[in-house]
Write a protein that binds this ligand. Structure first.
Ligand code: 6R9
Length: 663
């Protein structure tokens, strides 16, 4: 409900007098699942009841999708907040992702259609992937990598990245992938923290039409680090590289001469599979630990259920980087565990032209596309005519991940990319959760633009107030998970106390992901951004997401970021940064007034921004999340905080130039 005055309000008041999130946004559009998809859907409505009747039995059945060397004795050992799933069981993740499909006669199926940015392409079948992984596993063993050793992977988006991850999994050496866009400092910090002894990298990769070097960052990161014995280098771009004899070895020298036979050992279900560092803005990044059996069970099941995957016919594409957890779970482990055919693309969406993604969808007949709202909003900004020039009729399902999807972006995606045929699944999860937690099921759930809807079967998630009590329909607060789930993090690498403090101390007995959320009148869940980003305006907690969505619903706005800046009158005042649709759009005072009024009309006067700045770009992380912290610094005229995890560090200068008073 919209408020009439800044003092009025619909946000529920917690017992300590603190306001929980005001529930401002109303959305009435609904999209029923297409009849044909619903009739043939992998998962039907009864899955919710089935899982609710016996959650552990449900997960036990899903674990049965995998090939176990030895079956588990116990489904779950829960010594809160530490979980062990499928204890006593042993399996090999690489065998599950590759060998068993070949053994079942599906070796000729394509695992990846890989496309390099310059247009070079490779088609890799499951049988070929098996040979490559076996050779790499033999090479790692020859290089002295033993079970339990950590291996850092700092690579472009090339097939060898997947091969390296699976080779590590095969020999039981946890991998630690660092996004190729991160700096030498970020890489060094992660190598130090995980104590990795080997780094797998490449000379470089292609980005925005040019080779972009990686090896110099590795050299910088590991100098004075005798703990790093070996740097294994894939030749991708042919750039000149500096070479440290005795430490650096070429992939093509060491891997390609190995045997394609490798006998895999089965590892404990709880054997560490990988460490992935969360982006960590100011604090030291957290090494999130995932293990084998539970992780693989939930990524395989969720990939099959949420994307309604038909491995024989679908061509699946997660358009994201492998250095983000989305790449781990839904480019590598989920799709491969299910024997899917995936597309993998090296470069940026605008190289060599802004229709590159759509060209790839048409070329490979992509049926399922999974990407981030930031990409969708970028495509909105580039204009409807770009996708319209390509044949996108193969698409039958679309997914979104990484940030709340603004209702307008959802509707644009469904219409301009999905041709109004495709359901859109908005999937909420985190590095820490390992797999999708809250999402529609495409054959079951009515789509509601902007809402992640319901916890998946087998997942117990809720929205609670600041005392940890479930909110009624219409209420706002925090999302929590109340029961352990198979792919949950097993802790923070080397820091159990931080694990307890970060995730288990906010509410007794509940996992706290750090996101604001609300339940609408139908009981469906909306994610409202990180709690750190929530604004307190005249005593109302207002979510940045809702104000951003209101701005994006204006036809002239492509993207927006909203922050709360200290204000003598209201505590915090709303400051909005907007990117306009189309080039050369008018950004004068009249437009700013129009946008303020538009927000007022959509959400109520209290949500009207004090200030709106039209900017050319927004600061973003590797996964496209807007770094509002930096915009807050700008809005409050402060020195900028840490910018090392920005994808493009020049963005902040462009924004500063737009400030009133800038020359
Ligand atoms: C998978 C991933 C996790 C944070 C999470 C939340 C945000 C992700 C979302 C979403 C709203 C969605 N997030 N998906 N917010 N709706 N569908 O992104 O992992 O990089 O660890 O980020 O991303 O804030 O807490 P990660």
């Amino acid at each position: 409900m919209a408020q009439e005055t800044p003092q009025g309000g619909s946000g529920a008041r917690g017992p300590e007098g603190q306001q929980t999130l005001s529930n401002l946004l109303q959305e009435s559009r609904r999209f029923a699942p297409p009849a044909e998809l619903a009739a043939a859907a992998n998962v039907k409505a009864d899955a919710y009841d089935e899982a609710a009747a016996d959650r552990l039995a449900f997960w036990e059945r899903q674990a049965g999708r995998l090939q176990w060397e030895r079956p588990w004795d116990t489904v779950l050992e829960w010594d809160a907040p530490f979980a062990k799933w499928f204890t006593g069981g042993t399996l090999n993740a690489a065998v599950n992702c590759v060998d068993r499909h070949v053994a079942a006669g599906r070796g000729d199926r394509v695992a990846y259609y890989w496309e390099g940015e310059p247009g070079d392409a490779r088609v890799i079948t499951y049988a070929e992937l098996q040979d490559l992984v076996n050779q790499a596993a033999n090479a790692l063993t020859e290089l002295g990598v033993a079970k339990g050793d950590r291996v850092a992977i700092y690579m472009p988006m090339i097939p060898e990245t997947v091969v390296a991850m699976l080779a590590c999994a095969r020999i039981g050496a946890p991998h630690m992938v660092v996004f190729g866009g991160f700096s030498a400092d970020a890489l060094r910090g992660r190598i130090d923290d995980s104590d990795a002894s080997v780094v797998i990298t490449a000379d470089g990769g292609y980005r925005r039409g040019a080779p972009s070097a990686l090896k110099p960052n590795v050299d910088e990161a590991v100098k004075d680090r005798p703990g790093v014995r070996t740097v294994l280098v894939v030749r991708r771009t042919g750039q000149e590289v500096a070479w440290t004899e005795g430490r650096d070895v070429w992939w093509h020298d060491v891997v390609e001469r190995q045997s394609t036979e490798h006998t895999a050992e089965a590892h404990d279900a709880e054997h560490p599979l990988y460490i992935m560092y969360t982006s960590g803005t100011t604090a030291k990044p957290k090494g999130i630990l995932h293990t084998t059996g539970g992780y693989l069970t939930q990524v395989a099941w969720s990939h099959w259920a949420v994307f309604d995957l038909k491995p024989e016919t679908d061509v699946y594409w997660t358009a994201a980087d492998i250095g983000w957890v989305t790449g781990h779970s839904y480019i590598v482990y989920g799709p491969l565990a299910n024997g899917a055919t995936s597309v993998m693309y090296e470069g940026t969406p605008d190289t060599p032209h802004r229709g590159r993604w759509w060209e790839l969808v048409a070329k490979y007949g992509v049926t399922i596309l999974y990407c981030a709202p930031t990409a969708i909003r970028t495509f909105m900004k580039w204009g409807d005519e770009v996708p319209a020039q390509h044949d996108l009729s193969s698409l039958r399902l679309l997914g979104s991940v990484g940030e709340p999807i603004n209702p307008e972006a959802y509707v644009w995606y469904r219409h301009h990319i999905g041709g109004d045929r495709t359901p859109v699944v908005d999937t909420w999860w985190q590095t820490e959760t390992g797999a999708i937690m809250v999402s529609p099921l495409p054959g079951v759930t009515e789509g509601k633009p902007g809402a992640a809807m319901r916890p998946l079967p087998g997942i117990s998630a809720d929205v609670v107030d600041d005392q940890g009590a479930p909110v009624p329909n219409g209420g706002g607060g925090f999302i929590v998970v109340s029961e352990p789930w198979p792919s949950m993090l097993r802790g923070i690498w080397g820091d159990d106390q931080r694990y307890r403090d970060t995730y288990w101390s906010r509410f007794e007995g509940l996992y706290f992901p750090g996101d604001g959320a609300k339940r609408d009148e139908d009981g469906d869940i909306w994610l409202l951004g990180r709690v750190d980003d929530v604004m307190l305006v005249s005593g109302h907690n207002i979510s940045t997401t809702e104000v951003e969505s209101a701005l994006v619903s204006h036809p002239k706005v492509a993207e927006s970021a909203v922050v709360g800046a200290t204000d003598p009158l209201t505590g915090q005042a709303i400051v909005a940064f907007v990117i306009l649709r189309g080039e050369g759009a008018d950004d004068g005072d009249a437009l700013v007034r129009e946008l303020r009024d538009h927000v007022g009309a959509s959400l109520g006067p209290i949500a009207k921004p004090r200030q709106i700045l039209v900017v050319p770009e927004l600061p973003k992380t590797r996964s496209g999340k807007i770094m509002r912290r930096l915009l807050r610094d700008v809005a409050e005229n402060r020195q900028l905080g840490d910018v090392t995890t920005l994808t493009d560090s020049t963005v902040m200068e462009l924004i500063a130039a737009k400030l009133p008073g800038a020359k």
